[in-house]
Design a protein around this ligand. Structure first.
Ligand code: PEP
Ligand code: CO
Length: 376
């Protein structure tokens, strides 16, 4: 099945999924509904949504102190949008479950030249440069659940003293169906307050869309440059047949150059013929490049340009630019580059620590949010 790991030990997988199905829910239906109500308000144009966090969360980075730092960044950026606009802004983490990664290539070459299976997130294998570490291990799904539980405890602690509209919620890509399906409780995905479907798995007749369609949570769908207006309309009808406000978030990740040409028709057609949606800008995933022989990076210029173009297109289409979806970390990393010099040798990225895609550091994330609010 598309983007699902080759688990190997299917007997163990069976035991793991039945253990997961007997676990208490990670989130409650009431919490999911509270998020949906907040997103519905955003959908009516009366608020914003800031979704962000690591590309790939690591099990080894889920101590209370680390999670508190991630939450502080998320609350800070949502607060910045709130103070600049005077509107409620919902903080939604890529947090407590962002442990499964889709990959374009099934294998990759590591430093010593060996070709090994690609890292697919901590819920599947280890990113270590050691071929044995790359074998998918079903037992990791249980560790993902334990970690998510620990992270959620810190998230709930952070709610104390905050009104419900200002609380942070958690979300992740619902990629690993062997994790998501056993965690359904009643009508809800109980793995997170909200889940999204990635660019590689958003086929309307595929298993991920079917999964998202079967749960009552707020769900997102990433829309990359191959999205046609008709596909976007179809997804909106499929995933929000009753036209519920706050049910469906379309996360646009077209890239800084294509957003201008592709987004107007997508938004126009969904507004005319589709169901109500909330539009978010992911200025990260359409702007990934390699500079020379260096690792994957993202130029700040392109990221900022996509944000600007997104807001302009939404305004021209009389749709609400509801917010941003960012890959970011409170750590002082150098993963996204500030000044692109395409014809120079690869820039130095001395603090490159991501397990997957390049993230914005605090200052860069703040700059992106500043640019967004300056356009509102
Ligand atoms: C991601 O959000 O990390 C991701 C893989 O995004 P996309 O599905 O848009 O490529
Ligand atoms: Co990513």
């Amino acid at each position: 099945m598309i983007q699902q790991p080759d688990w190997g030990d299917l007997a163990l997988l069976d035991r793991v999924t039945s253990t997961l199905s007997s676990m208490p829910p990670l989130v409650t239906a009431a919490e999911c509904d509270r998020l949906s109500e907040a997103v519905a308000r955003v959908g009516r144009g009366d608020g914003f949504l800031l979704q962000g966090g690591d590309c790939a969360e690591r099990f080894c980075e889920s101590s209370p102190a680390e999670v508190r730092a991630k939450l502080a960044q998320l609350y800070g950026l949502a607060g910045a949008i709130r103070s600049a606009t005077g509107c409620a802004t919902v903080p939604l983490g890529r947090l407590a479950g962002q442990y499964g990664k889709p990959r374009s290539a099934s294998h990759e070459r590591i430093a010593d030249g060996t070709v090994v299976p690609s890292y697919r997130g901590d819920a599947v294998n280890s990113p270590a440069d050691d071929p044995g570490a790359r074998d998918p291990d079903p037992a990791r799904l249980l560790r993902a659940h334990e970690c998510a539980q620990r992270v959620l405890r810190v998230v709930r602690d952070s709610w104390a003293g905050r009104p419900p509209v200002e609380r942070a919620y958690v979300s992740h890509e619902a990629l690993l169906l062997d994790y998501e399906r056993p965690l359904v409780r009643g009508d809800y995905a109980a793995s997170a307050h909200s889940i999204w479907i990635g660019e590689r798995t958003r086929q309307p007749d595929g298993p991920h869309a079917a999964f998202a369609g079967s749960v009552a949570n707020t769900v997102g769908v990433k829309l990359g440059p191959s999205t046609t207006p008709a596909q976007a309309v179809r997804l909106s009808r499929l995933l929000n047949p009753d036209g519920r406000a706050g049910r469906l978030v379309l996360i646009v990740r077209l890239g800084s150059t294509r957003v201008r040409s592709l987004l107007p028709d997508i938004v126009g057609e969904v507004s005319r013929r589709g169901r109500p949606v909330v539009w978010l800008c992911d200025p990260m995933h359409g702007n990934t490049t390699k500079m020379g022989a260096g690792p994957k990076t993202r130029p700040m210029e392109a990221i900022l340009e996509e944000v600007v173009a997104f807001v302009r297109v939404m305004r021209a289409q009389r749709a609400h630019p509801a917010g941003l979806h960012l890959e970011m970390t409170p750590e002082d990393v150098t993963e996204c580059i500030t000044t692109p010099r395409p014809f120079c040798p690869a820039p130095e990225l001395p603090r490159y620590r991501t397990a997957c895609d390049p993230r914005l550091n605090s200052a860069q994330a703040a700059e992106v949010v500043d640019r967004f609010v300056s356009l509102l």
